[in-house]
Design a protein around this ligand. Structure first.
Ligand code: ZN
Length: 406
């Protein structure tokens, strides 16, 4: 079931009672982590059996559902720790950040007025007034969305909304996209037409380059002062991250709206397992993360809206001729050319191959697709997204969306 974490800021400073609760919760999490390490236990269930009674004695005032939820947080810390152990990079885990998580039975949300009621201990509750924007209203007012867990931090809280009623539609068309450093390039195919499509985001690479240069400069200038340098670079990194993130969300939204209105299945390449090159500089420039991130955003937003997404193995997709099936042995320029006479923009050609792979792997489209390769060479490009569409181009801080799994 799709879940979306919505960030809310607090309308006023967090009350002292809630801060105490956060501190207690952190204490409980860290104690549970230590107990788990001692007894080599990582599941929430096992942790509860192991330490619940003792904890009840030590934290007699804490609301018992919060205590159980602290075991859940501890369990996830322990799981991450175990994964890092396997990679050999583990330190003893310790949660520093003040945070707490409450399951949906352990808090109340007044969706009308945007007030969270959080029990602290028997008979003692704290009320948190939220800043509610139009964006938040969409989720609060939609009664088909149920509430999941709540995560409280010092300055904000995240509420998971669950979309229980969404149904993935049966696709009637297909949108196949090849993911590149500065664009998504692909084809849109229906029962009686086919045309090339493009969503351009050249600014993502530009932003990354600019921030990279700026960080370099900072490091040189503050070479004598490691602490300041690290602080400034960290801030630069955060800004870069926010800017890139904002662009990626816009691109994803455009692609998804296009797909939604045309009942498309989206075909993407499976980027897992793509090897990095040896050249360090090139590696940085071709960094996979914005592309993987873009896929993540597209996938979870698609799941939320019930848009089917198919991921396929991209091997040979950029070197195969979709007409005769020949595989070329070397990379080519911007155009793919085959001995059989077929030629097409390299990226669009790759997306055609992705679509064919998806169909051969069982992607079914109601009414079928009419594949007319010739059309791709003449048709006018359909633009899904271009930077000019970003009128408001900087993030405003309240529109960030986190992914919450529960
Ligand atoms: Zn060919």
């Amino acid at each position: 079931m799709p879940v979306k974490g919505i960030v809310f800021h607090l309308a006023s400073e967090i009350p002292p009672d809630a801060v105490f609760l956060l501190q207690d919760f952190r204490l409980a999490v860290n104690e549970a982590v230590r107990a788990g390490l001692r007894s080599r236990v990582t599941s929430r269930y096992a942790l509860t059996r192991l330490v619940y009674k003792e904890f009840r004695r030590e934290h007699p005032m804490m609301y018992s559902q919060h205590l159980v939820s602290s075991f859940e947080v501890a369990a996830s810390v322990l799981k991450n720790h175990r994964r890092r152990m396997r990679r050999g990079t583990a330190r003893v885990p310790y949660v520093k950040r003040l945070m707490m998580k409450a399951e949906n039975q352990a808090y109340r949300l007044d969706r009308e007025n945007g007030v969270v009621d959080l029990p602290i201990r028997a008979g003692c509750h704290v009320q948190l007034k939220l800043v509610v924007s139009q964006y938040h209203r969409r989720y609060l007012d939609d009664k088909s969305l149920s509430l999941g867990s709540l995560t409280l931090l010092l300055d904000r809280l995240i509420i998971a909304f669950r979309n229980e009623t969404v149904k993935t539609y049966v696709p009637e068309t297909a949108l196949s996209l090849d993911t590149n450093e500065r664009s998504l390039d692909g084809v849109f195919v229906t029962g009686d037409s086919s045309s090339p499509v493009k969503a351009e985001f050249p600014d993502v690479a530009t932003i990354q380059q600019r921030h990279h240069d700026r960080r370099r400069r900072l490091q040189r200038k503050k070479a004598h002062d490691r602490r300041t340098s690290r602080h400034l670079c960290g801030r630069e990194g955060k800004r870069e991250h926010d800017r890139v993130q904002h662009r990626l969300h816009q691109v994803a939204d455009s692609v998804l709206s296009f797909a939604w209105t045309r009942r498309s299945a989206i075909v993407l390449e499976d980027l897992r397992g793509i090897k990095h090159k040896k050249n360090k500089e090139l590696n940085r420039r071709l960094s996979m993360w914005p592309r993987r991130k873009l896929h993540q955003i597209i996938e979870y937003k698609a799941e939320w809206r019930g848009i089917p997404v198919v991921k396929v193995d991209p091997r040979y997709s950029s070197r195969t001729c979709p007409i005769c099936g020949r595989i070329r042995d070397s990379r080519m320029g911007t155009e793919f050319k085959c001995e059989c006479g077929w030629h097409l923009d390299r990226h669009i050609n790759a997306s055609l191959n992705l679509l064919q792979t998806a169909i051969s792997k069982g992607l079914g489209v109601a009414g079928g697709l009419r594949f007319d390769p010739g059309a791709f060479q003449h048709d006018v490009m359909m633009i899904l997204y271009e930077p000019a569409m970003a009128a408001r181009s900087e993030p405003n801080g309240t529109s960030c969306i986190g992914v919450v799994t529960s």
